[in-house]
Design a protein around this ligand. Structure first.
Ligand SMILES: *Cc1c(COP(=O)(O)O)cnc(C)c1O
Length: 394
């Protein structure tokens, strides 16, 4: 904590969860130790990424994997791999896509700000489908035939954002895409826990899958996992690594690259701007090792206990509370009408303005609800938070 005060910044109580703008989750002692040790020696990064690949492959049930600079970085690199494949010329050319097949089909309802990373690689997103449910008038979301109808000569692949209720199902989209020999890139950034998703998402046959390292995985904020097909991971690897090396001496890991297939080395590629450090790779791998069903079950039970404490302190006169269970325990709070004259937005503002600043989840303010995401809370912060909340609600 003191380290932040040295720079005049007061650490906050974070009830918003592992969001990037609030710095994500704190890392475990094991992860921080791994980081510190890794920072004290140097190793060839390609060998380290090869080791990471073996570890990720085993956990996710895929051919290969890379530690990348966040899930968004994984989307950029995954797209670059789809567009360039093994071609050195195309790696050099991106994000200019002149002469490169460069369209990715995406359900309109799955578009979101993170797909800027896909466009950054040079891809053009071709939207399909309508969400009649969102319109309140119907029952259908995007359908498979709409993906199929959009496939044309410029189609390079399919982009899919995974949530618990994304439609059509990923497995069906993968089957359709593969029928047309197209790869599928999946954004599963925030789909952990459950721990099982590490392999169940990949089991759908998706060619490339992206997970965030700095959310529930508990790794550094600037890490993520890109995993899937070996040839595509190889292309992503080449476009991220610093390859200013003599070709005669170049010894790329067999995990990613068939050296014989290359007549030269790529130059610094599009992924060079999102490089990852050795400490980050080691810390992410340590976090991945710690991310087991037993550890996560204990963590989730602790979160439920913390939320139940707040719930027990908020009497019905103050607020109505609803506790949502695993995989991501969440407490929703509806201030009792009559007690406080403040809107939920005002309550959030006042809690942020106090000392220490408290940041509640704001995802349900429109429904008049305050939200507590417990991922970054502990015993002592929960007490302070509860007291301050009661003051605001009274
Ligand atoms: C958080 C998130 C990302 C970005 O993840 P980073 O690891 O912060 O780069 C991308 N897509 C979705 C859906 C996310 O929730």
């Amino acid at each position: 904590m003191e380290i932040y005060r040295r720079y005049g910044i007061e650490p906050i109580i974070n009830a918003s969860g592992t969001v990037t703008r609030l710095g994500g989750a704190g890392m475990s002692t094991g992860v921080v130790d791994a980081w510190t040790q890794a920072a004290r020696a140097t190793v060839p990064l390609d060998h380290l990424q090869a080791a990471a690949s073996r570890r990720i492959a085993a956990r996710c049930g895929v051919e290969a994997g890379l530690v990348v600079g966040g899930a968004a970085a994984g989307l950029l690199l995954g797209t670059a791999a789809i567009l360039a494949g093994p071609s050195l010329a195309r790696m050099e050319q991106l994000p200019d896509v002149h002469g490169v097949t460069h369209e990715l089909i995406v359900a309109r309802a799955q578009r979101n700000g993170y797909d800027h990373a896909v466009r950054t690689a040079g891809a053009r997103l071709v939207e399909v489908g309508m969400d009649e449910i969102a319109a309140g008038s119907g029952v259908r979301a995007t359908e498979l035939w709409e993906y199929e109808a959009a496939i044309g000569p410029q189609t390079a692949g399919v982009m899919y954002t995974l949530t618990h209720d994304s439609r059509p199902h990923l497995a069906d989209v993968v089957t359709l895409a593969h029928h047309h020999s197209l790869p599928v890139l999946v954004d599963a950034a925030a789909q952990l826990p459950p721990v099982d998703n590490l392999h169940t998402v990949c089991q759908t046959g998706a060619d490339l899958v992206v997970f965030s390292g700095g959310k529930a995985l508990g790794g550094p904020q600037s890490t993520g996992i890109l995993c899937g097909r070996r040839d595509l991971i190889g292309s992503a690897f080449l476009q991220m690594m610093d390859s200013d090396e003599r070709f005669e001496l170049w010894d790329p890991p067999a995990e990613f690259v068939d050296r014989d297939a290359f007549r030269g080395l790529p130059r610094q590629g599009i992924g060079r701007v999102i490089k990852v450090a050795k400490e980050e790779i080691v810390a992410l791998l340590t976090a991945l090792d710690e991310f087991t069903p037993t550890v996560i079950e204990a963590r989730v039970n602790e979160q439920l206990r913390l939320l139940s404490y707040i719930q027990s302190q908020l009497t019905p006169e103050l607020a109505e509370t609803t506790l949502e269970g695993p995989p991501k325990p969440t407490l929703r709070i509806r201030p009792a009408a009559g007690w406080t004259k403040r809107s939920v937005t005002e309550i959030c503002q006042r809690l942020r303005a106090g000392a220490p600043p408290i940041y509640l989840g704001t995802g349900a303010l429109d429904q008049g609800l305050l939200t507590i995401h417990p991922a970054c809370l502990d015993e002592s912060s929960i007490k302070v938070l509860t007291e301050r909340l009661i003051t605001e609600l009274t």
